[in-house]
Design a protein around this ligand. Structure first.
Ligand SMILES: C[S@@+](CC[C@H](N)C(=O)[O-])C[C@H]1O[C@@H](n2cnc3c(N)ncnc32)[C@H](O)[C@@H]1O
Length: 347
């Protein structure tokens, strides 16, 4: 057994490093998480045979390897926890409510663009491709579907492109999906080549709003379980960018434990069944961007009350109650159901 020597990080060194990390990637390490940074970077210092954090800061900020070292550092400090079909209720909203509406709305140009921002090892974008694949069925050959998957860590993107997963990644995946979209190769589950071909991967730092513009306009953006590592300033920057890049009738999904509440963003939250997502819209007095509609007043279906949705989206309450109102809004059958447009067009 090899002996590991703990390299102590002083409060000053912690402060210096967390500033560098925040400036570069927007990842915020609060005081209470000093031990996390210390244990993750400690391993990196051992690999480099560097004896203290002052030397490491120099290595990270000066000299020919600084950019490479940033990559190595992100590979160590980011949390890549994910799985196929993670958070089923949210994905059900995507599959049953959002996709049918988009497929109808895009029937003219038959183009669908979905971005999985902070995709980790690829389980999320492949899941989205599988859902689109089974939703479009044979129609897929007539459609131009693009699923873009981006992350700040090169290592996770390399793993994602491999498309080979262990049981751990499959822990929230039904036997039917496993059978339909994977082949077994020893202990690995290998993603079906058709699904693989639907997904493109790219290295992208969410802090770099300018760089994100090259991706154009999206129908759906998934950015789940990364904003928990950002402070409000970074969240507002990232989500503001999504606001610019989402089609006027597009949808934003964030992690189920994340919220945009209290942030000045162009989004209003829509709660459907046990899931929720965001659409661009102009909040009226009484609802703020990112407010949770109906979570405490919702019906037994967990759906926001009709008047709350009606108020937020300018839809009149629909006979038949909350479910009917939400479904009408999602189907676009209520004439004024669409959120206010911003003039963005699909590219
Ligand atoms: C917990 S995983 C989330 C994976 C997936 N979205 C999900 O919900 O299952 C968080 C990912 O965010 C990435 N990440 C952290 N900071 C980032 C940044 N500034 N830009 C892009 N990706 C970032 C990490 O590398 C990591 O892979």
């Amino acid at each position: 057994m090899s002996e590991t020597k703990t390299i102590t990080m002083s409060a000053r060194q912690f402060d210096q490093l967390r500033k560098i990390i925040y400036e570069r990637a927007g990842i915020h390490f609060p005081d209470a998480k000093k031990y996390v940074l210390e244990s993750r970077l400690g391993r990196r210092l051992e690999e480099l045979e560097i004896e203290d954090y002052d030397q490491y800061v120099q290595f990270l900020t000066i000299g020919p390897y600084k950019d490479d070292e940033f990559q190595e550092m992100f590979n160590k400090i980011t949390i890549n926890e994910t799985s196929f079909f993670r958070n089923e209720p949210q994905l059900e909203v995507f599959e049953k409510q959002v996709l049918p509406k988009l497929i109808e709305a895009r029937a003219g140009n038959k183009r669908l663009r979905v971005w999985s921002a902070a995709c980790s090892t690829g389980e999320e974008p492949y899941t989205l491709a599988m859902i689109i694949h089974r939703s479009l069925g044979v129609r897929l050959m007539d459609w131009r579907v693009e699923v873009l998957a981006t992350d700040i860590s090169e290592k996770v993107l390399t793993d994602a492109q491999g498309g080979r997963y262990t049981d751990y990644s499959m822990r929230t995946t039904s036997p039917l999906v496993k059978q339909r979209y994977f082949k077994q190769d020893g202990p690995y589950w290998v993603v079906d080549p058709t699904i693989k071909s639907m997904v493109n991967f790219d290295l992208h730092n969410l802090k770099d709003r300018m760089a994100a513009k090259r991706y154009g306009t999206w129908d759906v953006i998934f950015c789940r379980n990364v904003m928990i590592y950002f402070d409000d300033t970074m969240k507002a920057l990232v989500v503001g960018g999504f606001g610019d890049q989402l089609a006027s009738d597009g949808w934003l999904f964030i992690g189920h434990s994340e919220t945009l509440r209290g942030l000045n963003t162009p989004f209003v939250q829509t709660t459907v069944s046990h899931g929720f997502c965001y659409q661009k819209g102009v909040p009226t007095s009484g609802s703020t961007p990112g407010s949770t509609f109906g979570s405490s007043h919702g019906s037994s279906h967990g759906i926001a009350p009709a008047h709350v949705h009606a108020h937020a989206h300018g839809v009149k309450p629909v006979a038949g109650g909350a479910l009917a109102a939400v479904q009408a809004a999602l189907k676009g059958t209520a004439p004024s159901a669409k959120p206010a447009t911003t003039g963005l067009k699909l590219t």
